[in-house]
Design a protein around this ligand. Structure first.
Ligand code: SF4
Ligand SMILES: [Zn+2]
Ligand SMILES: [Zn+2]
Length: 313
């Protein structure tokens, strides 16, 4: 198989683009897709300070590497969830990457350790309050990433969500007609109110397979295993269904998600109207000061219940 752009030997074929690339041309393709995402969605400028949410997986580490390669000022935050047999490995992958790759380029890594800061690992916290682990995890991660971004004055927070993640999320939102989530799904969410960081997904134009290939070709040492809590998650089922469709009809995921974004751009007047709606409904949490629609934010409520339960034991 030959590279479509040069006489070199192709190392990856991309059926959805009807092409195949050698390592150098594929790398250029990946960087171009990220540059296009950043520009078309007005994610950030070269002057902005970016906080990348890293997990030790291929997507977030590849994103950090790509942004640094492109000359952006990107630091990272890792949240250690205290999951036995998983968190220690993912944390060491992140720390090694920070030391060997990101650090020498002037980037820094921050770590938030849930067992130290919240008093227990994510599974115990979730058990205390009778919530699924992933739901408690989502609340903690959203809160800590936002807080770190706002307190350390980053202009924007970037996550490694790829095309597969976004298409699967869209499928879930459509199947359940979750209009509120559909309204807010997108690769660039503005900092709608004071206290909420702007959030962007620069990898939304690249598939999971493409990012995995990029990570392997560039020798990024990432954690291959999924978080053990993800077993049986609906998202994995949606991804599986979309993968089957993709095999039969290359480009399905892209048409589905990008088509949704085009539709959304046509029908949503301007994100400002949503921002105004959010602004009206939000006020500072009486415990921590982060914006919330109720008196006390979801994170503080969750932590108060978990602490009460832990103390009564
Ligand atoms: S699978 Fe669940 S517990 Fe694991 S990182 Fe994802 S949300 Fe958190
Ligand atoms: Zn080539
Ligand atoms: Zn709060």
């Amino acid at each position: 198989m030959k590279c479509l752009k040069c006489p070199g030997k192709a190392v990856i074929d991309l059926p959805r683009h009807n092409s195949a690339f050698c390592k150098a041309c594929f790398t250029e393709f990946v960087h171009q897709q990220v540059a296009r995402a950043i520009k078309s969605e007005r994610m950030f400028s070269p002057q902005d300070r970016i906080l990348v949410a890293v997990s030790g997986g291929k997507d977030s580490l590849a994103l950090w590497q790509i942004l640094l390669h492109m000359g952006y000022r990107a630091d990272a935050l890792y949240v250690d969830l205290g999951i036995p047999g998983y968190s220690a490995t993912s944390r060491s992958k992140v720390e090694q990457f920070a030391e060997a790759v990101a650090g020498p380029q002037g980037a820094k890594l921050m770590v938030h350790t849930v067992t130290e800061q919240q008093g227990a690992g994510i599974q115990d916290l979730a058990n205390f309050i009778h919530r699924p682990t992933c739901s408690a995890c989502g609340t903690i991660k959203r809160y800590q990433f936002n807080r770190a971004a706002v307190e350390n004055k980053y202009d924007v927070m970037a996550t490694g969500h790829n095309l597969d993640d976004e298409a699967a999320r869209l499928l879930g939102n459509v199947l359940n007609w979750q209009q509120e989530y559909l309204d807010k799904q997108g690769p660039s969410l503005p900092a709608s109110v004071e206290g909420f960081a702007k959030k962007v997904k620069p990898l939304y134009r690249l598939s999971e397979r493409e990012i995995a290939a990029y990570a392997v070709l560039h020798r990024i040492d990432y954690i291959v295993e999924e978080c053990p809590m993800s077993k049986g998650a609906k998202m994995l089922l949606y991804k599986d269904v979309l993968n089957r469709l993709e095999i039969e009809s290359p480009g399905t995921k892209q048409r589905f998600y990008w088509g949704f974004l085009e539709q959304q751009a046509r029908t949503t007047p301007a994100s400002s109207s949503m921002a105004e709606k959010d602004q009206a409904a939000l006020h500072p949490c009486t415990t921590c000061g982060q914006p919330t629609t109720s008196e006390v934010c979801g994170y503080c409520k969750m932590m108060a219940r978990a602490t009460a339960k832990a103390n009564s034991r």
